[in-house]
Design a protein around this ligand. Structure first.
Ligand code: PEP
Length: 250
């Protein structure tokens, strides 16, 4: 049986003082879980987060990284700049980046490759919009995101990747996919991976659900057979709520 990977995506929230408060509150609340706990914090909180979580079961992630090692890429961060701080995970291709910052399957792949090369574990986000779902194109979109976004990823590299299925219509909206909708979509995504990498590799792959997951709905979602964890936005900003998600599945 796999454990679950529960990752908090703080987005552009929490200054250093607030980050310290949240992490300090969180540490004792999640210390007994057998699930993997990750907090993906703003770049400016990374040092503090790594320092405060040292010796605990909380892992630290960033929310993006560039595909180049260095150069004239104003505003970007290289993967090795993250690993040298002690960062272990990085979110890649979040729908907010795809929507507002022109992220494409191609750039997602480039960032993922570079992150892997530096020794980071990418949490690669995929998911359909409401329009795509209602137009009957959900499978087509998910299939394209996996096929294009994982084009040169080897089976060995896949072992270090976490996938987050995040229907765009459920992110930050308070509308959660039902347990069955999330499970069915993830089963479909797993099938696409199985077609390329084989059933064993696809079964071993961690695929999270993300989209308004919180302390109230986490137990149901995490009990589903295909759901290997959660990527949590809003509810990860309150220690008790995020801890409740982490502890919702034993
Ligand atoms: C997210 O940021 O990936 C997310 C799922 O946000 P929320 O939980 O707020 O919907």
């Amino acid at each position: 049986m796999k454990n679950k990977i529960i990752a908090g995506n703080w987005k552009m929230n929490k200054n250093r003082v607030e980050a310290e408060q949240l992490i300090t509150q969180l540490i004792p609340l999640v210390k007994d879980t057998s699930n993997t706990v990750v907090i993906c914090v703003p770049y400016t909180d990374l040092c503090k987060a790594v320092k405060l979580t040292k010796g605990t079961n909380i892992h630290v992630g960033a929310q993006n990284c560039h595909w180049k090692e260095s150069g004239a890429y104003t505003g970007e961060i290289a993967p090795s700049m993250l690993t040298e701080l002690g960062v272990e995970y990085v979110v890649i291709g979040h729908s907010e980046r795809r929507t507002y910052f022109g992220e494409t399957d191609e750039t997602v792949l480039a960032r993922t490759k570079a992150a892997l090369q530096a020794g980071l574990k990418p949490i690669v986000c995929i998911g359909e919009t409401l329009e795509e779902r209602n137009g009957g194109n959900m499978e087509k979109v998910l299939s394209r995101q996996v096929t294009e976004g994982f084009k040169d990823i080897s089976a060995d590299e896949l072992k270090n990747i976490v996938v987050a299925y995040e229907p765009v219509w459920a992110i930050g909206t308070g509308v959660t996919a039902t347990d069955e909708q999330a499970n069915d979509a993830i089963a479909y995504v797993r099938g696409v991976f199985a077609a390329k990498y084989g059933k064993e590799a696809a079964d071993a792959l961690y695929i999270q659900y993300g989209g308004s997951m919180n302390d109230k709905n986490a137990a149901g979602l995490l009990a589903m057979s295909q759901i290997d964890g959660g990527l949590i936005g809003g509810a990860s900003l309150v220690a008790e709520k995020f801890a409740a998600v982490v502890n919702a599945h034993k």
